[in-house]
Each structure stands twice: as structure tokens, then as C-alpha cells.
Design a protein around this ligand. Sequence first.
Ligand code: FBP
Length: 549
Amino acid sequence: MKKSALQKARAAYQPKLPVVLTGAVKAVEGKPTHSVADQDDIKALFPNTYGLPEIQFEKDPNPAKGSTPINVGVILSGGQAPGGHNVISGLFDGIKKINRDSRLYGFLMGPGGFVDHKYVELTSEIIDQFRNTGGFDIIGSGRTKLETKAQFDKGLEILKQLDIKALVIIGGDDSNTNACVLAEYYKQINAGVQVIGCPKTIDGDLKNEVIETSFGFDTATKVYSEVIGNIQRDCNSAKKYWHFIKLMGRSASHIALECALQCQPNVCIISEEVEAKKQTLNDIVNSIADIVAARAANGNNYGTVLIPEGLIEFIPAMKVLIAELNDLLAANAAEFATIEPNNRLSWVADRLSAENAGIFTSLPDGVANQLCLDRDPHGNVQVSLIETEKLLGHMVARRLDQMKSEGRYVGKFAAQFHFFGYEGRCADPSNFDADYCYALGFNASCLIRAGVTGYMSSVRNLTKPSVQWIAGGIPITMMMNMERRHGAMKPVIQKALVTLDGAAFTKFAEQRDSWAINTEFVYPGPIQYFGPAEVCDQCSMTLKYEHAA
Ligand code: FBP
């Protein structure tokens, strides 16, 4: 692999472990735990892994001498997030510290590789190629869901064959839910395999009182903020465009909120607020148009609007429209396929309820078509493909025309559209993510050594320098509740959405009116890996506000 100059220099970076993990540790048990909700149901479903205590590692003044080697398997699950390679290198170094003959096996292309017995032994030669790099290409990732007994049994065959005693699953809320189900099953059948989870996702929605953030969020939001800042500077130089910028994050708006805190755009929409206030698409469009008009009145025909990827599903009326479209098109798929493309929109509009037809016909044709055509194998609209940024931009333009004809807007409106997502998921991890991920992986090896299963690797106190971080483990059942999935109630880790009374949103809400009218752009610049700590080692603003001492 040909390496860039930065890659070569970065390979030498030694992540800063929490001081507690730098020597022998002992696991100190806290009080027994219970799930965040639905305790009776979760307890009944996880009789072997429910109610376990939280664990915190402390220095062990009298460590036991010598440990036997341990073989460990690792899986990367779901979307890429910067730092995954450091979780694996931390885990590798941790199990080698337990015994230099320990071995690490990586299952290829996600949980699918575990079920299909596709793996590679991760040697120091391989690991050293990937230290401090972005991406998941060391073993690849995939979205196969590990949820059936047949998959668990098939996976166990390869674990037995390779004498693997512990499996580390690096994933988001669903993957860690499945890790917990797997841990419970292996415990129940006495398989002799521990299962440990690690909190990953750029979306930042796997967090709670005990998991302060998921890894990758820090780096991804820094990458997006750099580019948003650059666009804002361009925008402030030419003073002629409104930029509509959609940001990744399937459901929660944490990414958009963090980028807003870093860049101070003129507008940032937060899906959770839209839902709480039961806003319609027109409400959102009108509020943006009002800001455009107010800025135009001051001679400023430019600005930036941040839009979270998942917005459309949080607009109550759109949710209802999408549900009716799903049913209509599923029930009439054969007939719909015979309709001339030019007549499809009117065919659909004629068959929708009056209210939904009104919303449907108000949408730009491109978006209305996306709502009708781009469906997944289950017949559902693929909302991530909907170009919400264009939808809003076009609707704002239409609204401004109307305001102009009423004499309420004097100005010029020209829009540019952007979507930032994939470019942030595989960046080389920031110092924060490099340290956090290495610590999560190393800490997972300590949990393995402590003999526990059904735990998530937890590293806390993250607003402090990394040497002061607290390391331990959290029973995954503690984060669970029951939710309806595919028509049935299932135990799942509760997804963390943006809370409107939370410190990060409050900080944003206090300032946004001023950002809207005045031009108070901030230009964060690119991630810095070398230099003073205040430039290189800052954690996200969300983390800072949420965990301010
Ligand atoms: P994870 O939840 O698996 O970490 O993935 C998050 C994410 O990056 C979302 O932000 C985005 O909507 C989705 O993955 C895109 O998925 P894909 O990579 O399959 O296109």
C-alpha cells in the first residue's frame, strides 16, 4: 500500500491510554443494574445477563503472576466510523499484554463473515499497517444482522474450531443489541464464549448516562464542520448564494447540531424539534424564507442552512403521507408499473386521501417521484435517498416568489446544494477518536480478562485529558427497553435522539436567532493531528456541553 506523507507520520502516533489501563488492573463491581425501562420483560428475556453490576477498573497493587494465552474474534458491524482500526489495535495490544501468544481473528465483511466462517488472523504486521488510520478496510464491515439461533450456532462452530474464547462486536445500537442476545445465548448453552460490545457510529445516537459518546462522531463532525466552514467563507466572500447542506445521520440530528455549534450557520433544522412542535413542511419552509427575507432586507442575499438527513421522517404530515404511499403502491404495484412515467404523479395524487394529495402535489416533481419510485425490497421509501436539501431549497424559492408578489421580500435568491456523509466516515481519526478508540479496544481486553460477558466497553470522563479517563464495563441489558420492530415487541438498546432540554440544544437555541440575522460564521478549519493541545485534542462541543463539570 503506497502511503501519503501524513499517513507515515501518523502511523507513529501513540494513543494516550487512561493511566489506569497502563498497568495491571482489577475489576471493581458496582451495584447491580436494571434496564432503562420494561425491567420485567428484559429480565425475562435475559435471565443470565440481566442485573449484572457495572464494572470499573482500578490499579491492582497485587496482580496475579502470568496468564494463559487467549484467542479473541472481532467483528466490525454497520457503517464505517473513524477509529475502528484503533479499537482493533488496542484490543490486539491488550490481549498480547495478557500473553504474547494470544491471537486475534478478524471476521471479514461484518457479521456475515462470522456466520460464513470467513476470517483472517490479525498479526502485528497487519495491525501496524492500520494504526491511527480511518476506514474499516482492515477486515471490512457489513450490515448482516446477527439475530437467529441458526446464525449463533453456525458462528459457534468457527469459534470452537479456532479456540476463540471471546468475541468483540464493534457496532451501533442494533449490533450491540444483537451482541447482547448472543452473549445471553452463549451463556445459556454454556458455550464458553464471552461477548463484548464497543460503541460505534458517526450518528452519535448510541449514548446514555454511562456511554458518553459513540466513537467516530468526533472525527466525522470535525470533517463536516471544516467543509461547512469553507463553504461559509466562500459564501461570505461572494455574497450571492444560499447553501442548503444536508448532513448524514439516519435518524437523530446530533451531527447537524454539533456542526451548527461549531460553524454558527444562519439556519440549522433539528428533526427532533420539528417533531416535538408538530411542524409541517410549510412551517419549515416559511421559517427559512422569513430568515432569507430578513437578511435580504439588510442587503445580505446569502447564507447557510444545515439539514439533518432524517428530517423527512420527523415531519408528522410527511410520515403519514409516506405510510399511505407505501400502502397504495404495494397494493397496486402491477397497475402502477404500467402507467406512463409522465402520468405517474397524477395517478398517485388521484388515489391519495385529500389531505395527503394536497401535500403530495405541493412537492417538487423530482421529490414526488423519489417518494414513488425509490423503494427498498420491503416496499418502503428509502428516505436517505430523498434530496431534502433540494426539496427545501426549491420550496423556499417558491415561497419567496410569493412573498415578493406581496411586497414582503426584496432580494435575489440563488441556491447551491450539498450532501456531506460518506466523506466523513473514513477520515483518519482525530486525536480524540484515536485515543478513545484505542482505549475502548484495550479496555475490551481487560473485560475479557475479567471473565465477563454481555458488557459494553465503557471509557468515561471524556471531557478531561485522556490520561484521566475512567475505564470499565456496562451490562448491555442496562441500556435496553422494549420497542415495536417489524410488528412485534423486541428488546433493543434505546436510541439517543437530541433532547430539547439538553445542554447542547439549549446552547444552540440561545444563539440561533442572532446567527440567523447577523453573519457570525465560524471557520473551524481541518482536523489537526500535530500541534498544541487546544488545537489538536479538543473533544466535540456536544460532549463538552453535555458533560461540563
Ligand atoms: P451506523 O448506524 O451503522 O453506524 O451507520 C450510520 C450511517 O452512516 C448513517 O449516518 C447513514 O444514514 C447510513 O449509515 C448510510 O448507510 P450505508 O453505508 O449503508 O449507505
